[in-house]
Design a protein around this ligand. Sequence first.
Ligand SMILES: [Zn+2]
Length: 193
Amino acid sequence: MSKFNDDYMITMDDIVREGDPILRKVVDEVQMPPTEEDKAELRCMLQFLKNSQNPEIAAKYNLRAGVGLSANQIGLNKRMFAVYISDEDGEMEYTLFNPKIISHSVSMIYLPQGEGCLSVDRKVEGFVPRHERIKVKAYDMDGNEVLVKLKGFPAIVFQHEIDHLNGIMFYDHINKENPFALPANVDIRSLYE
Ligand SMILES: [Zn+2]
């Protein structure tokens, strides 16, 4: 059994950092329906995100705030991730298996402040172009196929996490000559415009 179960608390010591080959691997699909172990791991990952956004818990355990975590970021070779976004519009949480982008808008967006990653302990400047809207097919905790439509910030988070499962880091998308250059001939704007 994996150590990531309902009694385990993920801390920064469990987070795999850049340079580890598992972050550059196309990770394996999870067979559906998920096992109890798969589900417990995902719950544990979601709890980490919630803890990381709780000021008291984050301070006590030195957690960097995160909105998404992919299984290979804790060393597991499984296509699954957790997302937890909490803002003035409310809360959004997902625990999904085998996510796949089945369609996306032509228009793109980027975070003006750039992106960060729990696996990257340095500031990487530059714009990361993302599709403004995506449709994702995935499987939920019960192994049921679900279709998730996202736009704006959650769409950016999902694309960041799905990239992880394909061995792609956010900075792979940043223009090498000029990190603040945007792709030409593309309808792209800042998320907050
Ligand atoms: Zn990341």
